[in-house]
Design a protein. Structure first.
Length: 232
C-alpha cells in the first residue's frame, strides 16, 4: 500500500494532486503547527499574463497554534476573492466548468482553517475524478508528540504501508535506510513541466490548480497527473 502525507494548502499546484493520485492513502496533517512562510493560506493565479497572489486572511492568533486551531478572519470577503478569480479567468476555455468548483470551495461556510482547506481539496479531487482515500493525521492513533521522520514512520506502520512517497523537495529530510529498516520503501515524486496555453500569454508555470483547471479539460489534467511526473 502506497501512502503520502502533506500539509493542507490553498488550491495547491498540480504536483500536490499528482501525489494524491500516486498513492492509495493520502494523509493531510491537521495537528501540525501553522507556518506563515508556506502556502497554507495563499497561492498564485494568472492575472493579465503575470502571476498574482491570492490569500485567505486569518484571525490574529498565536503563531504556535496547529493548523486545525487557526480561524479565518471575520472580515474575509469571499465574494471579493471570487470576483478576482472570475475577472482573471473569465476568458479561459474551461471557465464555465471550473469556476463553480472554485465557488463551491470558497463559499464553504466554516471559519476553521483546516476544515476550509480540507473541503477545498476534497472538492477539487472530486472534480478531477481522483478517488484516493484521504484522511487526517489526528485520526490516526499514534503518539502525536513524535516529530518529523519519526511521526511519518509511525503513521506508515499503523497504516501497514509498503511505500511512502514524498515530494522531491524532502529528499534531505528522510533516510531510505531508516524506512527500509521498517520494511517501507521510501520514494520521491518529482513533478515535471506540463505547459499548456494560457490565452495569448507566455506560459507561467507552477500556479495554483485553479489555473490548470481553467485552461484544461478534466481529461487533460488526468493525463498531466498520470504522466508528467517521476517517482524516484
Amino acid at each position: 500500500m502506497k501512502l503520502a502525507i502533506m500539509q493542507p494548502y490553498f488550491f495547491p499546484y498540480i504536483g500536490y494532486f499528482q501525489l494524491i493520485r500516486a498513492v492509495d492513502t493520502f494523509v493531510i496533517y491537521d495537528n501540525i503547527q501553522y507556518s506563515k512562510k508556506g502556502w497554507v493560506n495563499r497561492n498564485r493565479i494568472l492575472r493579465a499574463g503575470k502571476e498574482a497572489l491570492i490569500s485567505i486572511p486569518l484571525k490574529k492568533d498565536s503563531d504556535f497554534l496547529d493548523i486545525r486551531d487557526r480561524r479565518l478572519a471575520a472580515d474575509f470577503r469571499r465574494e471579493r476573492l471570487l470576483n478576482q478569480i472570475s475577472d482573471a479567468y473569465r476568458r479561459a476555455p474551461y471557465f464555465a466548468e471550473a469556476f463553480p468548483i472554485v465557488e463551491t470551495a470558497l463559499r464553504h461556510d466554516d471559519d476553521n482553517l483546516f476544515r476550509f482547506l480540507y473541503h477545498a481539496i476534497i472538492t477539487v479531487c472530486a472534480y478531477l475524478q481522483v478517488d484516493t482515500d484521504i484522511t487526517t493525521s489526528s485520526a490516526i492513533p499514534i503518539d502525536h508528540t513524535l516529530r518529523g521522520q519519526d511521526k511519518v514512520l509511525a503513521i506508515c506502520e499503523h497504516a501497514a504501508a509498503s511505500h511512502y512517497i514524498n515530494p522531491i523537495g524532502g529528499v534531505s529530510l528522510y533516510s531510505r535506510e531508516d524506512f527500509l529498516h521498517r520494511n517501507i520503501q521510501l520514494q520521491f515524486l518529482k513533478s515535471l513541466p506540463c505547459p499548456y496555453p494560457q490565452l495569448d500569454e507566455p506560459f507561467v508555470p507552477s500556479l495554483s490548480i485553479i489555473d490548470v483547471m481553467m485552461f484544461n479539460s478534466v481529461r487533460r489534467i488526468g493525463q498531466f497527473m498520470n504522466s508528467n511526473h517521476e517517482v524516484l
